[in-house]
Structures are given as C-alpha cells and as structure tokens.
Write a protein that binds this ligand. Structure first.
Ligand SMILES: [Zn+2]
Length: 64
C-alpha cells in the first residue's frame, strides 16, 4: 500500500507548482499543488535526470 501518493480532488482548479497548468485533480502537499501529470512524471523519473532535477528544484522553491 503506497502511502506517499494521495490524489486529491479539489474544488475548482489550482495552478500546478511545477508545470503551472491549471488542473482539477492532483496532489496537495500543504500549500503546494502538484498535478497528476507531474506526479506521474516524477514517479517515472530517475534521480539524476534533468527533468527530475527540474521538478525537484521547482518543489524546493515552493517549500522554502
Ligand atoms: Zn504539473
């Protein structure tokens, strides 16, 4: 049972913290919203890939 990912359905649309797209469903991490596309992208990526680092950097900016 995976406990790290939890898709939430929010009321209205929110801007994804990584790709800036307005999405209705995704991952809510405190004040950060991550769309399903980015969530799956991050799960698929291996640490070290450029795209992975881009996502991680975007998340760090939001969390800091
Ligand atoms: Zn996104």
């Amino acid at each position: 049972m995976a406990t790290t990912t939890k898709t939430v359905y929010i009321k209205g649309k929110r801007s994804c913290g990584v790709c800036q797209s307005m999405k209705e469903a995704g991952l809510s991490l405190g004040s950060l919203f991550l769309c399903q596309d980015c969530e799956q992208e991050i799960m698929r990526l291996e640490p070290g890939e450029d795209a992975y680092q881009t996502c991680v950097d975007a998340l760090k900016r939001l969390w800091n």
